[in-house]
Structure formats: C-alpha cells, structure tokens
Write a protein that binds this ligand. Structure first.
Ligand code: NDP
Length: 503
C-alpha cells in the first residue's frame, strides 16, 4: 500500500463499487502509526436505500433464493477456498486497519474460512418436516428465506463478526446489506469484491459504510429489511431492538460483557494464568467476552497473580504488522482515552495497579494508540471499572473464601455473555457452570469459539445467538402447508360440477 496515496474503498452495491452521491470520503489511519492507509466512501440515507433496493430486487429475481441450495453451497465453498488462498492479504489489511497483531488477524481469517465452509455444508440441508394430522389431511413445513437481512458489525473483529452472520444468511437464500463499523470497513469491502468474483450474484451481498446513526437506522427502519443481526454496544443494541420490535422483525443482538473468571484452589495455576492472560489481553482486551473480572480463591491468589502478572509483563507491544508482537494498539485515540479513564476510576475508587496502568514509555510507540496490559487489585465491586465494559486490556481482581461468595460476585453484573472457571473437580465445574448466569461457559479454557458452537448472551449481553445450526433457523421462516387429500373413492367433484345451476 502506498502511504502517499491511500487505497480507495468504495461502497459495494448491486455488484458495483460506487462513491456516495455527495462524494463524501473519510481517510482511515493505521492505529499503530497514525499513517493514512485508506480513503473510504461514506454513504448517507440515499445509498442505504439504494442498497436495500438492489438487495430486494436480487432476492426476487436472481436464482439465489429459489435454488434448492446446491448453488449456494457451491458458491460459498468456492468463496471459502478463495479467501483461504488470499488469507494473508486479508490478515494484513485487518491488522493495519484495526491494530490487532498479524497472528490474531490470521486467526480471524481462518475462522471466517471455516464459517463459510460450515455455512456451505448447511446450505443444501435446510429441510422442513411432515407432521401427523387426522386423515384425510397431510401436513408439512418448508423453511423459506426471509428476504433482505441487515447486518451491523463492530470494529473489534471486523471481518469475523460480519461474516459469522452474513454466511448463514446467504446460505439460507437471503440477500444481505452489511454495514461495517466506520473505523474498520476495509476487509468487508474486500470480501464483497471476492464474493462477487466468486459467483455471488449482483445485489445479493451489498456493503455500505457510513455513520451508524444515519445509515444503520435507515437500513433497519425500512420495510424491506426483514431481519437484523447487530453486534456492538448495549446502548445502540437496545435502540436497534426497539426499531426491530416496532416492525416485528427478528433480531439478534450481541452486546457487551463483563465476564468473570473463577479460579478454585485445586486449579492448574500455570494453565489458568495463561488462559486468564489470553482472555483479557488478546485483541488488546477489545473483546465483547473479555474475561475482565478475576475472582480467585484466597488460598491461591498470591501465586496465581504472580503468574498472570509475569504473563502480562512478558507481552511485547508494538505494531501488529511486525513479527514477534504479542499485543497491538487499541483501535482509536478515543478508545485509549476511554480505557485510561476507567483505569483512573479504578485508582480513585481505591484500586491498586499492580502492573501497567497507562501508556507505554517506549518513544517508538508514542504515535500509536497503545495501552499497557493492566492488572488492578482491590477495586470495590461498586466501582465503574468493575461494573462497566472497559473494552481494553484491564483485569480487575477480587478474591473469595466460600464458593457461594464467588458465585455471588460472578453473577453481580448486568451482563451475562461468558464465564470461565478453572478447577480439576469435574463435579464442581459442572455444578458451577449451571449456576453462572451467562450464555457461554468455558471450563479450563480461555474464551474460545467455533463456527459450529452457539455464541450469545443473557441479560444485557443481548438476545438470540450467532453461529451453529440455529443460525439457519434464524435466517429462515417456517411455512406450514395443510393439504386435504380427498376421500378415497369419493374424489370431490370439480367446483364447476358442484355449483348448483341457478333456478
Ligand atoms: P457501537 O455500538 O456504537 O457500534 C457498533 C456498530 O453499530 C457500528 O457499525 C456502528 O456504526 C453502528 N451504529 C452506531 N450507532 C448506530 C445506530 N444508531 N443505529 C444503527 N447502527 C449504529 O459501538 P462502538 O463502536 O461505538 O463502541 C463503543 C463500545 O461498545 C465499546 O467500547 C464496547 O464497550 C462496545 N462494543 C461491543 C462490541 C461487542 O462485540 N459486543 C463490539 C464493539 C463495541 P459506526 O461505526 O458508524 O458508528
């Protein structure tokens, strides 16, 4: 990429790359260096409506929705292969746009490849059922695509979180309008180009960048939008939920988290320390399910904290694009301010920062949005830093004596996305898993997911779930067909014969 002339990324509508009507553009900068990397077209309401119109027409006119699934399976499989072949350039683009390390970005692209393969495998197995009813009737169901589905994606896993809902929507025969986050739209546009070249018909996959409040709301409010999948903040999620509720369309809201990690006295502390480190410092802590609240048994607090601290201090910060970097910058300067604000709040509320606590001293990192991996102890449970989602590399630590106390602390949050627990006691692990209020539990593992496993939360973490077979159910509706088979030997006469002649 030429730093003097940033690469152009336009809106992708109806199989074509176009600028917005007003010609507005934004320049995006590499969060590690501040260098301009891309010039991006900005859509407004008009382009959002244009994308919906293209998607609606393609849904009605292209073979995508009518096909028995074989075409969609083939095209999605081909797309997976093409993405795999081009994985390195996608990973590099994600890294310079969002800041994550190249290792993390490669992992994300590999996940998207698997998601496409999985969706491809489901595309020709979307089946209804026959339901016994009293004779002479026969009943069956078919699952039909919904029409145009809208996908609003966040900036922390730009390609992965977009395609995890786009892939099953396409596999189910829908047409898609994707609105990526304004900060990180580059891989979404590149993906649309790849999909088009790989045989996804024009209008079936459209990408519009632009301010969420204007473009996102225009998309969800329009009657052509038949379902919405949203990942992002609680505040915006609730707004989307309100609009979708008023329009009676299905919605999946994948919102924030404040996930607890419970460590029992018998845990393997080395493995737990690594898992805790990955769970809060991975992606520089910018994860909806970041395991940000460590709740450790008092008897192992000191040795465990020593190991987690050593893990944090060994992480090499730097531009994600360089070799050997463990943690990249945060996505934006605003995000740095937000995270530092929470660290200050923790301090003011009496918390003790045992490592990190601010920006790194290394002058080479000064132009980037870097924050050191941070661990804070003794923050009261009422502190903003413990109650709200920080979305950065900040771990708060509290300890417990009785397991009941640990459960109470773990569940004392408005969120319920994920919880991890570390113990060798199988019985304790499964009974704790039942009592933790979260949509996903990991036992002796950091936050980890696969395209075939459901992903979703309870309480303010959202409604519905992404991934897995159920995603096909979300993107299709059931139609019931009841047939009267007639009485054997007494077939009903045609209507013209049954009609009595006028007297
Ligand atoms: P937002 O919820 O604001 O943004 C997520 C997506 O929604 C973006 O595409 C955004 O567009 C769009 N959007 C914003 N406002 C509207 C609206 N009124 N109607 C429709 N779409 C809209 O998250 P932020 O990016 O601002 O991040 C703020 C905080 O949210 C983070 O610090 C974190 O706490 C949380 N978050 C949680 C995520 C998760 O995975 N659960 C992911 C990202 C953030 P645009 O980019 O144009 O604003």
């Amino acid at each position: 990429m030429n730093a003097a002339e940033p690469a152009r990324f336009d809106l992708f509508i109806d199989g074509q790359e176009i600028s917005g009507q007003k010609g507005e553009r934004a320049t995006l900068k590499d969060p590690a260096s501040g260098h301009a990397i891309a010039s991006v077209a900005i859509a407004g309401r008009d382009e959002a409506l244009h994308a919906l119109e293209a998607a609606d027409r393609a849904f009605r006119e292209s073979p995508w929705a009518q096909d028995d699934g074989a075409l969609r399976a083939r095209v999605l499989r081909r797309l997976a292969d093409r993405l795999e072949a081009d994985a390195e350039s996608f990973a590099r683009l994600e890294t310079v746009n969002m800041g994550k390390t190249l290792r993390e970005a490669r992992g994300d692209v590999a996940f998207v490849v698997r998601t496409l393969e999985y969706a491809s495998g489901l595309a020709d197995k979307i089946e209804g059922e026959t339901i016994p009813v009293p004779p002479p009737r026969f009943d069956y169901t078919v699952r039909e695509p919904l029409g145009v589905t809208v996908h609003i994606a966040p900036w922390n896993y730009p390609l992965l979180l977009a395609i995890r809902s786009v892939a099953p929507a396409l596999a189910s025969g829908n047409s898609v309008v994707l609105k990526p986050a304004s900060l990180t739209p580059l891989t979404a546009v590149s993906f649309a180009r790849l999909a088009h070249a790989g045989g996804v018909p024009p209008g079936i996959l459209n990408v519009v960048m632009g301010p969420g409040r204007e473009v996102g709301e225009a998309l969800v409010t329009d009657e052509r939008c038949r379902a919405v999948s949203f990942t992002g903040s609680v505040e915006v999620g609730l707004r989307i939920g309100e609009i979708a509720g008023r329009r009676a369309i299905p919605q999946t809201l994948e919102l924030g988290g404040k996930s607890p990690v419970l460590v029992l006295p018998d845990a393997d502390l080395d493995r737990a320390a690594r898992g805790i480190g990955f769970g809060i410092f991975g992606n520089a802590g910018q994860m909806c399910w970041a395991a940000s609240r460590l709740i450790v048994h008092e008897s192992v607090r000191v040795p465990l904290l020593g190991k987690v601290r050593a893990f944090a201090e060994a992480l090499k910060l730097g531009p994600g694009i360089e070799d050997g970097i463990d943690m990249g910058p945060l996505v934006s300067a605003d995000q740095v301010d937000r995270v530092l604000g929470y660290i200050d709040a923790a301090r003011q509320d009496g918390g003790k920062v045992i490592t990190g606590g601010g920006r790194p001293d290394d002058p080479r990192l000064a132009p980037g949005n870097f924050v050191r991996p941070t661990i804070v102890e003794e923050v009261p449970p009422t502190s903003r830093a413990v109650r709200e989602e920080i979305f950065g590399p900040v771990l708060s630590v509290s300890s417990f004596r009785e397991v009941e106390e640990a459960i109470r602390l773990a569940n004392d949050t408005r969120f319920g996305l994920f919880a991890a627990l570390w113990t060798k006691d199988v019985g304790a692990a499964h009974s704790l898993a039942r009592r933790l209020h979260a949509g996903m539990i990991a036992i002796n593992d950091p936050p980890n997911t696969f395209p075939q496993t459901p992903f979703g939360g309870v309480k303010d973490s959202g409604v519905g779930s992404e991934q897995g077979r159920k995603s096909i159910e979300f993107f299709t509706r059931t139609k019931n067909v009841l047939v009267h088979l007639g009485t054997p030997g007494k077939r009903p006469a045609p209507a013209s014969v049954r009609t009595k002649p006028p007297k």
